[in-house]
Design a protein around this ligand. Structure first.
Ligand SMILES: [Zn+2]
Length: 624
């Protein structure tokens, strides 16, 4: 697959030297830092760091899964793909999913047709949409429809078109009761088709137009293709704009989404029918790192949704909030104000979530010490879930001012929560996160983190050298990777991705195969690919802009390779030894048995000696 051809379908590339350049399609920029290297079959953005091959480009650009991306490319370029032989069960499941997509699409077309061509659809359905101000192109964009007010108008037609009753039931379109009674699920309702991220209809939401009919909104049940916790209404129509703005508006209902489109705001989705789930947040996060939640104007509803927002913070996404006046929702208010005034309202009233929450609680807390304590707990608990320690520190400072509370009180509360969280995590047997450094955590904790992040850096450097220079000769018939394999015999990598890459090298070597970065890029998992591309493009490839503008000269590390590799391996060993020393110290604290203490002290002595020796080699003097 020609990467140049694939990428140029989405962005216009300009050749400069060996590579092609463009403004990055994944982040907002004015000067190009997105490059494609056709001879290597990869792309890399020097601005946001995204990198990959043709398949991962399509995956990321269109928010597809790996399989979907391959199918897209195969279809586009007329390549036949060998489907690996699947088990009969998997094959059946696959064909069932495909049948569901087909019948759901058929139903969608039927409902659309009823809305525009049937008398009932026109007089009832269309006039409802017109009343809400939905234009014709909006009806088309969201494929809105209407289901006739009859028991089996739809299923009669579907059965006549050779769709089976079983399939209609599985798709949630037909309800079969015991005793043989059966009828259409959606009757006398306007229809909102729900699309998955690649645009296939997976379910329907349906609103009744009769006053006393319940429920007001009726949704398809879950099915093989519809898991409501993993779908966001409007995402398919919004994803391009969400990426361009790096922001996604989150609203409550179908009509909120559509009204905002009518107001020329297209980066909007709704988590209709469920409270927000982590899967949905991940889905948004594929396209943007900012979410703006639009709240209806009633305080009770807001307090109920605060938990959901902590979940967004936890995923590292930035959260902002806009609140509407009492009794208004995004749908009603956008229609009331009109496009330009509504946009202005959003811009003027958007607030950072933590300060929003502060405002919400501190108003109540004025002059009431008990309420104030509650406010502190509430706000700090939201701050504690934010993964970025720098952001946490900024929020703590800010909050202490707004609550007129000493900063140390808030830090103490925060540390309590963080340590509690860690203990829970450790109980769940998860290793502590490797790269996160935490300025406000206790000293013991941060020391452990230091070791791990130093080891991470050296492991990464080891793999980088292996990938870039593994096949360079250090001596006659002695390649750099021979040296690394020898030196690392007794060492286990801690970082999973580096361990995986290293194991592939080692296995290849044992089996007499050549493993190099090309091999890993073409055969490795998506995660491996990304890592390998990052490690093989950094440092060596300086963006031509730098060359042209700043005349930066990059010395060839090839020139002093043996020195570089030796230093790196020695540092890695030293970091590992230091980690072991600290762990051993911890163990010593906990034992009381004399022979065990002796044994641990002996280990300590030998570890110290090794550390000393390695430090000496590195030219580091440490006091005895
Ligand atoms: Zn970029």
């Amino acid at each position: 697959m020609d990467i140049e051809e694939v990428v140029s379908d989405f962005v216009s590339l300009k050749r400069k030297g060996q590579n092609l350049w463009a403004c990055c399609p994944f982040h907002d920029e004015k000067t190009p830092s997105f490059s494609v290297a056709p001879h290597k079959g990869i792309y890399k953005c020097f601005g946001c760091g995204r990198a990959g091959d043709a398949i991962s480009f399509v995956e990321e650009h269109d928010g597809l899964t790996y399989i979907e991306a391959i199918k897209y490319l195969a279809q586009k370029y007329g390549i036949e793909i060998e489907e690996t032989e699947s088990s009969p069960e998997a094959a059946q499941q696959q064909s069932e999913r495909e049948s569901l997509y087909i019948v759901l699409n058929y139903a969608k077309n039927y409902f659309v047709k009823m809305l525009s061509e049937n008398d009932e659809g026109r007089s009832i359905g269309q006039s409802y949409f017109r009343e809400r101000g939905f234009a014709e192109h909006t009806l088309q964009k969201f494929e809105l429809g209407y289901s006739l007010d009859q028991w089996n108008a739809f299923s009669k037609e579907a059965l006549a078109n050779a769709y089976s009753e079983d399939l209609l039931e599985k798709a949630g379109l037909l309800v079969r009761k015991e005793g043989g009674k059966k009828y259409d699920r959606f009757r006398g309702r306007v229809i909102f088709p729900i699309h998955n991220v690649s645009g296939k209809v997976v379910a329907f939401g349906a609103r009744t137009l009769k006053k006393d009919d319940k429920p007001k909104y009726l949704n398809s049940p879950e099915s093989e293709v519809y898991h409501k916790s993993k779908v966001l209404y409007g995402l398919y129509q919004a994803k391009q704009t969400i990426r361009q703005h790096d922001n996604c508006y989150l609203v409550e209902g179908y009509t909120d989404v559509i009204s905002l489109h009518q107001s020329d705001i297209e980066n909007v989705v709704a988590s209709s029918g469920t409270s927000l789930t982590t899967e949905q947040i991940k889905l948004i996060n594929r396209f943007a790192s900012n979410i703006t939640v639009l709240f209806d104007g009633d305080t009770a509803g807001i307090k109920a949704s605060l938990r959901g927002i902590d979940m967004i913070l936890e995923s590292g996404v930035n959260v902002r909030v806009v609140m509407f006046p009492e009794g208004e929702d995004p749908d009603s208010y956008s229609r009331k104000l009109g496009t330009s005034k509504f946009k202005k309202y959003l811009a003027n009233n958007v607030r950072d979530f933590i300060s929003f929450k502060l405002g919400l609680f501190s108003k109540e807390a004025e002059n009431d010490p008990l309420r104030k304590a509650e406010a502190i707990k509430e706000v700090v608990s939201s701050i504690s879930v934010i993964p970025d320690p720098i952001k946490r520190a900024v929020y703590i400072k800010d909050s202490s001012k707004r609550l007129e509370m000493d900063e140390s009180v808030l830090v103490a509360e925060l540390n309590k929560l963080l340590i509690g969280k860690r203990q829970k995590e450790r109980k769940a047997d998860q290793p502590p996160p490797v790269t996160e450094e935490d300025p406000i955590a206790s000293v013991e904790e941060s020391k452990k983190h230091d070791h791990n992040s130093l080891i991470y850096i050296q492991e990464r450097e080891t793999i980088r050298l292996l990938l870039n220079y593994g096949h360079q000769e250090l001596d006659e018939d002695y390649m750099l990777y021979h040296y690394l394999l020898d030196e690392l015999k007794d060492i286990k990598f801690i970082t999973p991705i580096f361990k995986t890459i290293y194991d592939i090298f080692q296995q290849g070597h044992n089996e007499g195969r050549v493993v190099d970065s090309q091999y890993l890029i073409s055969e490795g998992s998506a995660e491996i690919k990304k890592e390998v591309i990052n490690l093989t493009t950094e440092r060596r490839e300086v963006s031509p802009i730098w060359h042209d503008k700043y005349k930066i000269y990059v010395p060839h590390e090839k020139d002093s390779l043996d020195h570089t590799v030796f230093q790196n391996i020695t540092r890695l060993k030293r970091n590992i030894i230091q980690k072991l020393i600290d762990e051993n110290k911890e163990n010593l604290k906990e034992v009381s048995d004399m022979t065990e203490i002796d044994r641990l002290l002996d280990i300590q002595k030998r570890l110290k000696e090794s550390e000393m020796e390695l430090s000496r080699v590195l030219g580091i003097v440490i006091p005895k």
